[in-house]
Design a protein around this ligand. Structure first.
Ligand code: AMP
Length: 436
């Protein structure tokens, strides 16, 4: 499934490409066709699954055709429980709609009324609002919903928890009955189910398979690195682990894959490269060797390694972090196949912090920092906080292995092999290159 298959407006596809997304997330793949077909949906999806784009992309697609109604009021209304989430939704609307001329307005508590009145008196395509403040404006007759086509309730469960249920119903009742309604919530049962019965018409229920996405059989570890030489020492150390049956080591470029594989081979490891510049015959031979256990370390690039299904892969090592968050998920999925458990290690320098945060946001999981005795980083960047503030639902879950102090956890695991400390020479001719 690609975004092109979803038949979105070319300007939206352009904005998606600009954002660096290549593949729809599961919630996007399921929800977007239904929304484009005009159906109401109730979807269970948490932050980090790509839910914002799941509603915003088809909503913007709808706005690419002019309204049949002559007025200035909003055509799409998104209700969110908090200002933070509203701001995020607003940013997403601007990002995905940047090649179309859309007016996006947010109406949040704590902002001055005169400014909001002014914004509401102009043309509005997308209105993002928290319920309380919006009710004030509705009560004062300042909002014209005559051309409203779509109502989106984001994190509906939290709006209920925060006591907004009456406001939400009142707002919904002020909009045309012909509207399309989309409801997103962590759970779809109980009071959310009742609310949905009142506000949605024959909704399609969508639930994304959370557990599989979470790769719960894969232990994800983060190692902060100072420089290329440090990365090389860590890698050498990891390759001496007797529990490492087979590993795929990912590099950023084909050239790096070749050089690293050569270095490892020269050091006595059973290692080879796999990348798109190799002809098909050579690629097949390498993969067969890997499958038969004749190769312990495969040094690969993203495209070449996609979809490799070899049960013996105990470790995935991100020597360089992937440029796109979704590639991280593809990479770590090469281990822990067929019900086995796996270990996914990522090296990150302080320059990679933004990328790391994007990955953590995308997966909805924190990657716990580890250190190896004698190979600790000289400086530890501040741990990222992918769910800071607005998403309390996740707190204490996958990131739990980070120490209470937020400091990296010391990895004792490799030391039990009792092997000698790796020399610090490493992959000499790599050291001059730019990191990542
Ligand atoms: P959300 O669940 O809406 O909070 O989105 C989580 C993060 O995933 C955001 O940073 C998005 O920019 C990003 N994202 C959404 N859809 C995709 C996609 N198809 N590919 C890559 N990243 C995405």
């Amino acid at each position: 499934m690609s975004f092109e298959n979803l038949k979105l407006h070319p300007s939206i596809l352009q904005a998606i490409a600009d954002s660096g997304y290549t593949t729809p997330t599961p919630i996007q793949a399921e929800a977007i066709p239904e929304v484009l077909a005009g159906r109401d949906i109730m979807a269970s999806a948490q932050t980090g699954t790509g839910k914002t784009a799941a509603f915003m992309l088809p909503a913007i697609h709808r706005l690419s055709t002019p309204s049949a109604v002559k007025s200035k009021g909003p055509r799409v209304l998104v209700l969110t429980p908090t200002r933070e989430l509203a701001t995020q939704v607003n940013d997403a609307a601007r990002k995905y709609g940047k090649h179309l001329r859309l007016n996006t307005v947010s109406i949040l508590g704590g902002m001055p009324y005169p400014l909001q009145n002014k914004l509401l008196s102009g043309y509005v395509d997308i209105l993002v609002a928290t319920p309380g403040r919006l009710i004030d404006h509705i009560d004062r007759g300042r909002i014209d919903f005559s051309r409203l086509e779509m109502l989106i309730l984001d994190e509906a469960d939290r709006m209920l928890d925060m006591g907004f249920i009456e406001d939400v119903e009142k707002i919904a009742n002020a909009t045309p009955a012909s509207r399309q309604t989309l409801l997103f919530s962590a759970t779809l049962d109980g009071n959310i189910g009742k609310l949905a019965t009142r506000l949605l018409k024959d909704p399609k229920r969508i639930q994304v398979a959370a557990q599989q996405d979470r790769h719960e059989n894969i232990e994800q570890r983060l190692h902060f690195v100072d420089d290329m030489a440090h990365k090389s020492r860590l890698l050498q150390h990891m390759l001496t682990d007797v529990d490492l049956t087979q590993a795929i080591v990912f590099t950023a470029t084909k050239r790096d894959a070749d050089m690293l594989a050569e270095d490892l081979f020269a050091q006595g490891h059973s290692a080879a490269a796999l990348h798109g510049d190799m002809n098909q015959g050579a690629r097949n031979r390498t993969l067969t060797k890997l499958r038969r256990g004749g190769l312990r370390v495969l040094v690969a690039t993203d495209v070449a390694a996609r979809g490799i299904d070899v049960a013996g892969i105990s470790h995935v090592i991100n020597f360089d972090l992937p440029k796109f968050a979704e590639d991280y998920v593809h990479r770590i999925g090469r281990t822990g196949r067929a019900g086995a458990s796996g270990i996914a290690v990522s090296f990150a320098s302080y320059r990679d912090m933004q990328l790391l945060q994007r990955i953590e946001r995308f997966t909805g999981q924190s990657i716990a920092p580890h250190t190896i005795a004698g190979l600790e980083p000289k400086r530890v960047p501040r741990p990222s906080s992918p769910r800071s503030g607005q998403d309390r639902k996740f707190s204490g879950k996958p990131g739990g292995s980070r120490g209470a102090s937020g400091q990296p956890r010391r990895e004792g695991g490799f030391a039990r092999n009792g092997e000698k400390r790796p020399n610090s020479g490493g992959f000499a001719h790599h050291s001059g290159r730019r990191h990542g």
